[in-house]
Design a protein around this ligand. Structure first.
Ligand SMILES: [Zn+2]
Length: 241
């Protein structure tokens, strides 16, 4: 599967009606000014990425968005028997498949945290159905990984599955820690998505009630299960997608 890449920046086109070329001959003069495809999403430009960072620094911005966490299960234990080269190859394959699935659904690969990733939907590319897009991206990640891991050396059937958690709601952005200036979304929505991911089994996608309510037509037959999440006093209901 190859990734379909846009010729012009989706963010600039959507918000400013400006066709900013990202690839091909037309993009050459833009590249001279440092305007190129973003590493968080190659269908937006570095100006849009900068806007994302600026908005996050503003601290007061809140936005309805969907947050997805995905984590490669069993990576740490496998690293005890595999060479560092093999392990970094596995991680690259994981990032590749996640990124392709996410970008096809216009998400922003905001952070890679060891063997996990954090993704935001609805910024800077706006999507009325960002929660649905996140669920579809999660399914695409699982599908892609099932195919890809068969091609990876050193794995035996079933090794290294991906656990995914998704939550949605009002996000706030902020600068996290004064010394290392780590820009990211913060708050309950992010924490809850991360916790949901932490209880997802390998190959599983777990959604919160808020996500379920928005995409229930896609989830016929999915019944809630109770989970006790670290940091939450009462158990919460999660749905498998
Ligand atoms: Zn742009």
């Amino acid at each position: 599967m190859t990734l379909h890449l846009a010729k012009i920046c989706k963010g600039c086109w959507q918000q400013l009606y400006l066709p900013v070329p990202l690839r091909g001959v037309a993009s050459v003069p833009f590249r001279a000014f440092g305007i190129r495809p973003s590493r968080m999403n190659p269908n937006i430009c570095t100006i849009c990425e900068l806007m994302f960072s600026t908005v996050m620094r503003a601290r007061k911005i809140t936005l309805d968005a969907t947050v997805l966490f995905a984590d490669l299960r069993g990576y740490t234990s496998l690293s005890q028997t595999q060479s560092p080269d093999a392990m970094s190859g596995l991680l690259d394959a994981f990032y590749d498949e996640c990124a392709s699935a996410i970008w096809e659904h216009d998400g922003l690969l905001n952070k890679t945290i060891g063997d996990a990733i954090m993704v935001i939907f609805n910024f800077p590319i706006r999507q009325d159905d960002h929660t649905l897009q996140a669920v579809l991206a999660a399914r695409a990640i699982q599908d892609r990984w099932r195919v890809r891991r068969e091609t990876l050396p050193g794995l035996t059937g079933g090794d290294l599955g991906i656990g995914i958690g998704i939550h949605c709601g009002e996000l706030s952005f902020g600068e996290f820690g004064r010394s290392h200036r780590d820009l990211t979304a913060i708050g309950t929505v992010v924490n809850t998505a991360s916790r949901a991911q932490s209880v997802a089994a390998a190959g599983e996608i777990l959604l919160t009630q808020a996500v379920y309510d928005r995409v229930s037509s896609e989830l016929v037959g999915s019944r809630p299960q109770e989970y006790s999440l670290k940091g939450f006093e009462t158990p919460i209901q999660l749905y498998a997608a």
